[in-house]
Design a binder for this molecule. Structure first.
Ligand code: BLA
Length: 316
């Protein structure tokens, strides 16, 4: 395991960029997502026995082909957590990316914690959610079980971080009624709100984890595993970050990072293919349609009402 990653774990990544301290408060270009990662690890450690994942040996840090962009990978596991992994990308002061996910063991039907923040040229693209393991539009029991109590928390933030506009329609089934999908131009204010939302959503997830008891019904575990595999298959194929990753580290490194690290499990948790789950992407020659969306983008406004009812059009 490379020192940089482990050191960050041990120091909990609270190493705020030195230039951030020197610069005037209003200048947000030196903004970093490092403290988000630090918070997540620190909180998780308080609640469970977190240990480095074997993945950490292969995936730790990397320099992009441009010679200046840094990629940092961290991976851990815990009794109920199959994989907690984060990828942060920093390009001096012009680009910051955080992709942090917590993937539960299949013995638990817990949601998947998902934080995807992309910051460049003062534009921020944000998805923060406790992604449901089961599509909440067709599994109202699942929705009830995990999101009913979280609606007030969601509302608190979705009011100040408004819906980001049209998105890939297919993504909606992986989102919960408390999803924060937003875009904003950088400001200290907005970044503070985002940090606060991240902390609250993360703590909410940990609370769910604490309360979760192991599924004893083997057939239910099979369902959980397949649901996670479907989720991973979607993201390993269609996640919007792939283009940029390919540009930064080249096609084969990007593919490895995506399949073995970011969406680890896509090649081990199940044997179905992307097209088995999403046949609408099938091409005549048997390959996967490269379009991100077959339906197209939709949902100009937030498709959930304040009670968590879906009010968009039926997407299936
Ligand atoms: C844009 N990222 C987006 C968008 C979404 C997400 C919904 C808007 C475009 C769209 O509708 O597809 C995120 N989509 C998700 C997530 C899920 C999903 C989290 O379906 C989960 C189920 N984003 C990253 C990383 C990078 C990144 C690692 O997470 C870069 C390395 C970049 N995301 C990125 C960029 C855009 C984007 C550049 C805008 C450009 C684009 O839309 O392609």
């Amino acid at each position: 395991v490379k020192e940089s990653s482990l050191q960050r774990f041990l120091n909990f990544g609270w190493n705020i960029k030195p230039q951030l301290k020197r610069r005037p408060y209003v200048e947000v270009s030196a903004f970093s997502y490092q403290k988000f990662v630090g918070f997540a690890l620190e909180e998780t450690k308080r609640r469970t026995h977190l240990v480095p994942s074997p993945l950490q040996e292969k995936f730790n840090s990397m320099k992009a082909m441009d010679g200046k962009t840094e990629l940092q990978m961290l991976a851990f596991q815990a009794p109920k957590i199959r994989l907690l992994r984060s990828l942060s990308i920093e390009e001096s002061e012009t680009m910051q990316v955080l992709d942090l996910a917590v993937l539960p063991e299949p013995e638990f039907d817990l949601p998947i914690f998902c934080a995807n923040f992309f910051t460049a040229a003062n534009m921020n693209i944000v998805v923060l959610d406790l992604n449901p393991l089961y599509d909440v539009m067709s599994h109202s029991d699942y929705k009830q079980k995990y999101y009913k109590n979280l609606m007030p928390l969601g509302l608190q933030y979705t009011n100040i971080l408004p819906w980001g506009g049209k998105i890939t329609s297919e993504s909606l089934r992986f989102f919960s009624p408390i999803v924060i999908w937003t875009k904003f131009t950088s400001s200290q204010d907005k970044h503070n709100i985002l940090y606060s939302a991240f902390m609250d959503y993360y703590k909410a997830w940990l609370e769910l984890m604490d309360q979760a008891s192991e599924e004893m019904d083997a057939s239910q575990v099979v369902c959980n595993r397949e649901a996670q595999h479907k989720y991973l298959s979607w993201r390993a194929e269609k996640d919007p970050g792939h283009q940029l990753l390919k540009k930064l580290i080249g096609e084969s490194h990007a593919k490895d990072l995506i399949r073995s690290f970011l969406f680890n499990g896509v090649d081990t948790l199940g044997s179905k293919t992307f097209l088995d789950y999403f046949p609408e992407y099938w091409c005549e020659n048997g390959s996967v349609n490269q379009k991100r969306s077959m339906i197209g983008k939709s949902f100009e406004t937030r498709p959930w009402d304040t009670g968590g009812e879906f009010i968009g059009n039926d997407i299936r």
